[in-house]
Design a protein around this ligand. Structure first.
Ligand code: PMP
Length: 450
């Protein structure tokens, strides 16, 4: 039962929005989810084309996940993990994660409650690693423009989307961003992927040399940039990044909060690019959003730095009351069973290719669609005022929002992000689900994009 909407009783402020934008406008109120579908309080059934917020990868209302959470609730709802205390669920999930990342030489797991916690932990561990190496001056972080790494102060400081930093300065010292390896829009007007990958990698090397390798702690990036608008780097980019990081000793942090566990069509985004990071950050899909959890996974190089040290410099004074919550770990184990048993990374690759093939013709069919792109089940449509110049829609244009609203009426939820529409359905989607999504979008474009 939901109460009828009444804006004077609406006490809640939406994150990522201006409170005044929603002062008198009725929000989309979701009351039920099952499989690929969600329902709003008006009884409208819609395909969840954004999997909640890139996270409900196994679909809604899975009995296996619910049973695992309930079973754990009956046994032990909560216990902590600080300083020599543990519970079987945290141990089991850690072993599972290390087994799944064997190929990346991962060894240890630290937990938080969400992606922002996971990123913050990664940044702190990276700085501590260099203290343990006797190089405390290695504190800088380099990241990419258009990057999103969560909302804590560290993650905000390495963010490459200025709007997230704008009102929250001063930022963490020593964080800089290089160009994003974005084929559709880059300062070189370069649309040859190989050349672009090299150009951005060269920028990384120049940035490291400009500040001095002895000052750089880590480079952090998403294997496919998500919130920045599904920016798929050229295939040579990540391998080149790994080479440059190795050349100067810089740690490589892969923020796999969106790409982890199959979304980009490989089990991990970095694995898809053939690269082994030093630190991997997981959240979202790890528990498919059923219970919040993040895991920051550290490789053998980082483990050794801590184990070779016995003084206070090696104390891990970072952790969260609810990090590795038993209910979340139980959910995580059940979700990872589904990911592996149903081979969701392969399904994401397969259905993603189909979806992209269905959406690419929108570039010629609709006036405002400048570019359609994607990898696996992360896809975006860039809306422009003018296709030739790629001039983007004015910030107050609202077309993406209107199309998203019309798509809901036509049976699917997609996410408007500025002048872009982003799609990230559950990885359990089939061809019929992809067709529903495409048809809803097509109906919405036919209505709004004239
Ligand atoms: N990193 C990336 C790549 C993300 O996409 C997100 C969330 N969209 C985060 C970190 C932050 O995760 P959370 O919102 O769970 O804190």
């Amino acid at each position: 039962m939901t109460t009828p909407y009444n804006h004077t009783d609406y006490r809640f402020w939406h994150p990522m929005a201006h409170p005044n934008d929603w002062a008198e406008r009725e929000p989309l109120r979701i009351v039920k989810g099952d499989g690929l579908y969600i329902w709003d309080d008006k009884g409208r059934k819609m395909l969840d084309g954004f999997a909640g917020l890139w996270c409900v990868n196994v679909g809604h209302n899975r009995p296996e996940v619910k049973a695992a959470i309930t079973k754990q609730m009956d046994e032990l709802a909560y216990y902590q993990l600080f300083d020599g205390v543990s519970h079987p669920m945290a141990e089991a999930l850690s072993n599972r994660l290390i087994q799944m990342t064997q190929q990346e030489d991962m060894r240890r797991v630290l937990y938080g409650m969400g992606g922002s916690d996971g990123v913050e932990t990664a940044l702190k561990v990276a700085r501590q690693y260099w203290i343990l190496q006797g190089k405390p001056q290695r504190t800088r972080f380099i990241s990419l423009k258009n990057a999103y790494h969560g909302v804590h102060m560290g993650g905000t400081s390495v963010s490459g989307l200025p709007i997230y930093r704008l009102n929250y300065g001063p930022m963490l010292e020593g964080c800089t961003q290089i160009e994003s390896p974005w084929q559709y829009r880059n300062p070189w007007n370069c649309d040859d992927p190989d050349t672009l990958g090299k150009l951005v990698a060269e920028q990384l090397e120049r940035e490291i040399l400009y500040y001095g390798p002895d000052t750089v702690a880590a480079f952090i990036a998403e294997p496919v940039q998500g919130a920045g608008g599904v920016i798929v780097p050229p295939a040579n980019f990540w391998p080149l990044v790994r080479e440059i990081c190795d050349k100067y000793g810089v740690l490589l942090i892969a923020d796999e909060v969106v790409t982890g566990f199959g979304r980009s069509g490989a089990m991990f985004g970095s694995r898809g690019w053939g690269v082994k990071p030093d630190i991997m950050v997981f959240a979202k899909a790890l528990t498919a959003g059923y219970v919040p959890l993040s895991a920051t996974v550290l490789n053998q190089r980082i483990e050794a730095a801590y184990l070779d040290n016995r003084d206070a410099r090696g104390l891990l004074m970072t952790g969260f009351t609810y990090g590795g919550h038993p209910l979340a770990c139980a959910a995580g184990l059940a979700v990872l069973d589904i990911v592996e048993q149903e081979n969701l990374p392969a399904n994401a690759a397969h259905q993603g290719e189909y979806l992209l093939g269905q959406l690419l013709p929108f570039e010629s069919r609709f006036r405002s669609v400048g570019n359609v792109r994607g990898k696996g089940l992360m896809l975006a449509l860039d809306l422009v005022e003018d296709k030739a110049s790629k001039r983007t829609l004015a910030p107050d244009n609202g077309l993406a929002f209107r199309i998203a609203e019309a798509a809901r009426d036509a049976g699917a939820v997609v996410r408007p992000v500025g002048p872009k529409l982003v799609l990230a359905p559950p990885l359990t989607i089939d061809k019929a689900g992809c067709d529903t999504l495409v048809l809803a979008l097509q109906t919405a474009f036919e209505k709004e994009d004239r």
